[in-house]
Design a protein around this ligand. Structure first.
Ligand code: LM2
Ligand code: CA
Length: 453
């Protein structure tokens, strides 16, 4: 079993970038729970600097749970609502550094100056910061990557007992509010042994799910595999490989994991996240149909534990979220396209059900009649075919699904298109840059079981 423990019969995480706590709460109840998502990952909840850019979230000034995304009470209410919907909340924990600003007043009123933060939650003074005050320039130098400043952000001395305790107290506070786990931001910039010590210093947080954001790059001294002693790590090579493949040769995705990736059961994977959609590293919502195909692949192929990504449309990569005056996302923002609401698209939302249904089965019968048409089965529970070309194609594929008439779950939410499996064969018409996904939880005329097993 890869990744986080099953919740809502699922390990799928919906990463909801810059959504407010109130908006996430409603989404858990109305969409994420019913669609079968196991977890929601939210943006950093701690107090941060003021400013209109999204990345103020990544500049802590205290560990008070008061931010542009909501109050402590709203954060707690969100967790309750999500838990009631079956969905665990994973918090983005920014613990490598404080702000890059040299003074000011934070979102919730905390006044700070360079390397001086009054706390009491996240109270730090100059002795709590690393002595290297220069910015990281050479990623080939382990010392520099872990002890100097990431884009000028004041780097916490995570080797010190007091700093470890302060971070542990913050993570335990989040645990006491009911979070299910943590995405450890900038983990590459924290020595793996420090993270193990921080985890050991917690009382409740150590029992939760931890996933480390370690941006692996070939040849660098700090690698994601070092961090597996205190949690899973993200496999950034995965999203990069998907981008390469959908650029022109999806048959190359066969055995995608056989290229030095993390072991499947320790890897978090995604098509994109908030950084990679801004730096060209991966596909993004702007790739349209190919992006949807990438998500269908991720949710149907047995490697890693998947995070889907849901953010907002932008042209300026620093621009903060379009928050209709009150920081909310609602149906209108989804339909207007201001927010992508990608977690609601049938190609993503209904593939969560596919992913949950085929859990535990192996991939078989990989078929690739051309370099950009592929199909495969997941045991006798699921079948998927992808067409990464600009023309529709009708093909007969081998399938291990039992005979029956199946809904193409990526075509719509209401079984508007069906395909019939007979004698281990299925003939499907794949639209240009389109897909067919069939599974035993979505037979025509049979109400899907929202709670399989
Ligand atoms: C992360 N993972 O390791 C986050 O996923 C990523 O989004 C964060 O960068 C980064 N690490 C630090 O937590 C973002 C954003 C940066 C931004 C920082 C801090 O991508 O552009 O840096 O957050 O807010 C900004 C300015 C930068 C400036 C810095 C400090 O862009 O020019 O550096 O603030 O003032 C002088
Ligand atoms: Ca560091």
């Amino acid at each position: 079993q890869a990744g986080p423990p099953q919740r809502n019969n699922s390990d799928v995480i919906s990463n909801m970038f810059q959504w407010t706590w109130n908006s996430v709460a409603r989404e858990c109840t109305q969409v994420l729970g019913p669609q079968g998502y196991g977890y929601v990952q939210v943006s950093p909840p701690q107090e941060h600097i003021q400013g209109s850019q999204w990345w103020t979230s990544y500049q802590p000034v205290s560990y008070r749970i008061e931010s542009k995304l909501g109050t402590r009470a709203e954060f707690k209410a969100m967790i309750t609502a999500c838990n009631n919907a079956g969905v665990g909340v994973i918090a983005d924990a920014v613990i490598n550094h404080m702000t890059g600003q040299t003074g000011g007043t934070g979102w919730a009123g905390t006044t700070f100056s360079l390397e001086n933060y009054p706390g009491p939650d996240g109270g730090y003074s100059p002795q709590d910061f690393n002595s290297c005050k220069r910015n990281i320039a050479n990623y080939g130098d382990r010392y520099e990557v872990q002890n100097c400043r990431l884009v000028a952000l004041q780097d916490l001395a995570t080797g010190n007992t007091y700093v470890r305790q302060e971070i542990a107290r913050y993570l335990d506070d989040l645990a006491s509010l009911g979070v299910a786990g943590f995405r450890i931001d900038a983990a590459k910039h924290i020595p793996a042994t420090d993270l193990e010590a921080i985890k050991a210093a917690t009382t409740q947080a150590k029992n939760l799910y931890w996933i480390h954001e370690v941006i692996g790059a070939p040849g660098e001294p700090v690698q994601p595999s070092e961090y597996l002693g205190s949690g899973d790590s993200h496999e950034f090579g995965y999203g990069r490989a998907l981008k390469d493949a959908f650029d022109g040769d999806i048959a190359s995705l066969q055995n995608i994991n056989n290229r030095g990736f993390l072991p499947s059961n320790r890897a978090g994977v995604f098509v994109d996240n908030h950084d990679t959609e801004r730096n060209n590293e991966t596909m993004t919502y702007q790739w349209g149909a190919k992006y949807k195909l990438g998500n269908i692949f991720m949710l149907s192929y047995p490697y890693g534990s998947p995070s889907t990504y849901s953010g907002y449309t932008f042209s300026n990569k620093d621009a903060g979220a379009p928050q209709n005056g009150q920081g909310k996302v609602n149906d209108a923002e989804c339909t207007s396209g201001a927010w992508t609401c990608a977690h609601r698209w049938p190609e993503i939302a209904n593939m969560v059900g596919f992913h949950n249904t085929v859990n535990g089965t192996n991939l078989s019968n990989w078929q690739s009649p051309t370099r950009n048409v592929i199909a495969y089965n997941r045991g006798n529970k699921g079948f998927v075919a992808l067409n990464n070309t600009n023309s529709a194609t009708t093909r007969e594929f081998i399938t291990t699904l039992p005979n029956g008439r199946y809904c193409n779950v990526v075509a719509s939410n209401t079984c508007t298109q069906t395909f019939t499996v007979s004698g281990g064969k299925v003939s499907v018409t794949l639209p240009a840059y389109g897909a067919v996904a069939l599974h035993t939880g979505a037979l025509d005329g049979v109400t899907p079981d929202p709670d399989p097993d």
